[in-house]
Design a protein around this ligand. Structure first.
Ligand code: AMP
Ligand code: MG
Length: 320
């Protein structure tokens, strides 16, 4: 059973292949906005359109496969940017017709969680899912992932990117803010917004972006990072204390942040929970996570599927 997975929800056009045992291919091409700009959905979609055949070719070649060796197709059909989703779903439809095989609709957020569980062997973790567009704290119960807390406005990765843009730094801005923050120990007071179990990052970015005349970049980066991550870890800690889960699993592109790993690790230890992060390759958006999740949920396969731009993580029925 070979499942080909397609990821196109935002900046990344990724194609991966998973067989019965493992992930056997993971190729991608990432859209880079023009200098000083964020993701422009139409342009990102244009990028995906241009590169998808080449990425497909590379993914098949990685395991010396032909299209005909594919048994089922999986595609992330939501949540995400509609023009981008249409590119992935379009390719899935094309291949489905050509090869006469079915398509498994995969929720992008569930795929981030499933691949991270697989890679780390976490069984029933509290999940901290942090990426460009999404920020959610969840765990699994009765056939669905339940959301304890989430962002009320922008994803935490997006917040890092926006602050970086205000400093003239290109996308992705997250790693650049992290590097700058490593050079500073100074803390500038910034808005800390936790509402119940939910988070808000846009006020924090706006205020941090206004500090450029008074403060050095590294101090702004450090203060922003400490504030944003503390907010996130506070809510996660409350969820961990409440659920008494024995594992904490970090996933999504922002899982590459070293300071977040450090803060999560310490917090988990205080609650006697083990802390897990997948390999870097599976943190940010990738096709392999869609292929693996598609294989896991292959009974959901259909002949025709549509995009679901606002699909929520807790709407996806899981196997158990
Ligand atoms: P994803 O949407 O899951 O592919 O994640 C992409 C997001 O992760 C972008 O917003 C990046 O800026 C962010 N990101 C990647 N590396 C880091 C890092 N080291 N620190 C903070 N954010 C990061
Ligand atoms: Mg993502």
């Amino acid at each position: 059973m070979n499942c080909l997975g397609i990821e196109s929800t935002a900046h990344t056009l990724g194609i991966g292949i998973a067989n019965q045992e493992d992930i056997i291919a993971n190729e991608k091409d990432v859209y880079k906005p023009e200098e000083g700009k964020g993701i422009i959905p139409r342009e990102a979609a244009e990028h995906h359109k241009e590169v998808k055949k080449e990425v497909l070719k590379k993914a098949l070649k990685e395991d010396e496969m032909e299209k005909e060796d594919i048994d089922i197709i999986a595609v992330a059909n939501g949540p995400g940017l509609p023009p981008c989703l249409l590119q992935g779903v379009g390719l899935a439809r094309e291949l489905s017709k050509e090869l006469e095989i079915k398509i498994v609709p995969v929720n992008h957020c569930i795929a981030h969680i499933e691949v991270a569980k697989k890679e780390t062997n976490a069984e029933d973790p509290l999940v901290q899912y942090v990426s460009g567009g999404n920020t959610q704290i969840l765990s699994h119960a009765d056939g669905r992932y339940r959301i304890y807390g989430e962002t009320l406005d922008i994803g935490i990765g997006n917040a890092f990117d926006k602050l970086a843009r205000s400093m003239g730094l290109e996308m992705p801005g997250g790693p650049k803010i992290m590097k700058l923050a490593e050079k500073s120990n100074k803390y500038i007071e910034l808005p800390y917004t936790v509402k119940g179990m939910d988070l808000s990052f846009s006020g924090l970015v706006t205020q941090a972006s206004k500090k450029h005349e008074e403060h050095e970049k590294e101090h702004i980066a450090n203060s922003f990072q400490e504030t944003a991550l503390s907010m996130l870890v506070e809510v996660t800690e409350r969820a961990l204390a409440h659920t008494k889960k024995e594992e904490l699993l970090l996933t999504g592109g922002v899982a590459l942040n070293k300071r977040l790993r450090e803060m999560d690790g310490k917090m988990a230890e205080e609650h006697e929970a083990s802390f897990h992060v997948p390999q870097n390759e599976y943190c940010g958006d990738n096709g392999a996570m869609i292929a693996y999740t598609g294989r896991l949920y292959r009974e959901k396969a259909e002949k025709e599927i549509d995009i679901k731009p606002r699909w929520r993580t807790n709407q996806y029925k899981t196997n158990k």
